[in-house]
Design a protein around this ligand. Structure first.
Ligand SMILES: NC(=O)c1ccc[n+]([C@@H]2O[C@H](COP(=O)([O-])OP(=O)(O)OC[C@H]3O[C@@H](n4cnc5c(N)ncnc54)[C@H](O)[C@@H]3O)[C@@H](O)[C@H]2O)c1
Length: 323
């Protein structure tokens, strides 16, 4: 299967490295910036294309790692050329754009995989498995955190191009919350932004569910350079799961003494593989076999809808109904 990477930036390189480890040969690459494209091609061993349609004619799968504002056009062109598409998250900048991408995939008869990588992190997968097996009982409270320094590329800092922090970064945890518990009824979020030009958005969002469950999601781009912290903490009436990137132990469970011993184990096997590699291996294998993706396009759209609702709530300082 020949893969063409679109976007010779950070994620293009992360994906190229993952394809190398998977053993994918004959990578192709396209970027609007010829200098970045040439560097990428020589460093990643890809065939460079300065013309997108020409690359589309040469590959089986297009992997869009370009900035979010370009996702719709690049994906739609690929579908029109009869190619399957891997698209970095977030799906798009608006629900309408996202719906158009999903429609273009359906109408072309091609497949779309949206790369929501957190679903491929072993700790997050394992925690979700325990929740769906009922080992924690009824879930009451979930806390998810993902805080980082501001991204360097200028387009991230313009919400019209990236969607802002909730759509770009917090979407990982919003998707995870939906994967655990389904969609919330309403959201309320507060944002601290520093000055407008700095993009130092830091958001605390509360997701309220019909059954009384609450999810608190914290996300931000206001940490000092180099810092990236994530954590999850899921409380049910039978037990609790905690994990934090600050802890040496990948995943910790606190279950009552009379419960069967946790079958958790430490997800060491999963940690041996880079989650981007797990994710792309899954996508290629699903393209090949026709099996369903671990992330359905509609789920990526619903995560985007929720992220936009969070941003809307933070900006309007009011509760936003989601469902
Ligand atoms: N899954 C994750 O963990 C993760 C992390 C970071 C970024 N992302 C997502 O990946 C995407 C890319 O982010 P990045 O950090 O690699 O950005 P980046 O700025 O590092 O790289 C983007 C590249 O795309 C090129 N480009 C711009 N417009 C283009 C177009 N129309 N056609 C082709 N190439 C174009 C740029 O020249 C640049 O080389 C974004 O959607 C972002 O939200 C995902």
């Amino acid at each position: 299967m020949r893969v063409g990477i679109v976007g010779a930036g950070t994620m293009g390189r992360v994906h190229a490295a993952a394809y190398r480890r998977i053993g994918v040969e004959g990578l192709a690459a396209y970027d609007v910036d010829p200098v970045k494209l040439a560097d990428f091609a020589s460093e990643e061993g890809a065939e460079p294309f300065t013309d997108y349609p020409k690359m589309l004619a040469e590959v089986d799968v297009v992997d869009v790692c370009a900035p979010t504002f370009a996702h719709q056009q690049l994906a739609e062109q690929a579908f029109a050329a009869g190619r399957d598409v891997i698209l970095e998250k977030p799906l798009a900048l608006s629900v309408a754009q996202g719906e158009q991408i999903l429609r273009a995939a359906r109408e072309s008869g091609r497949r779309l995989f949206v790369a929501m990588v957190v679903r491929f992190f072993p700790q997050y997968r394992r925690a979700r498995e325990l929740v769906s097996r009922g080992e924690l009982g009824r879930i009451g409270v979930v806390r998810l955190k993902r805080v980082s320094f501001p991204p360097a590329a200028a387009w991230f800092r313009d919400p019209a191009k990236s969607g802002g922090m909730p759509v770009d970064l917090m979407i990982h945890d919003l998707d995870y919350a939906r994967w655990l518990l389904g969609g919330p009824r309403r959201v309320f979020a507060r944002m601290s932004r520093g000055d407008r030009a700095s993009a130092l958005e830091h958001v605390q969002a509360t997701l309220a569910y019909d059954d009384g469950a609450m999810v608190f999601v914290e996300g931000g781009w206001a940490y000092p350079p180099g810092y990236f912290r994530t954590s999850l903490d899921i409380a049910g009436d039978k037990g609790l799961i905690e994990w934090s990137s600050d802890q040496p132990v990948p995943l910790d469970t606190l279950l009552p003494k009379d419960a069967p011993p946790p079958k958790l184990g430490l997800p060491m096997a999963g940690l041996e593989e880079n989650p981007y590699e797990t994710e792309l291996r899954h996508a290629l294998s699903a393209f090949d076999s026709g099996e369903p993706f671990a992330v359905a396009p509609q789920e990526a759209l619903e995560a985007l809808r929720l992220a936009i609702a969070v941003r809307e709530s933070a900006l309007s300082e009011s509760v936003v109904e989601v469902a």
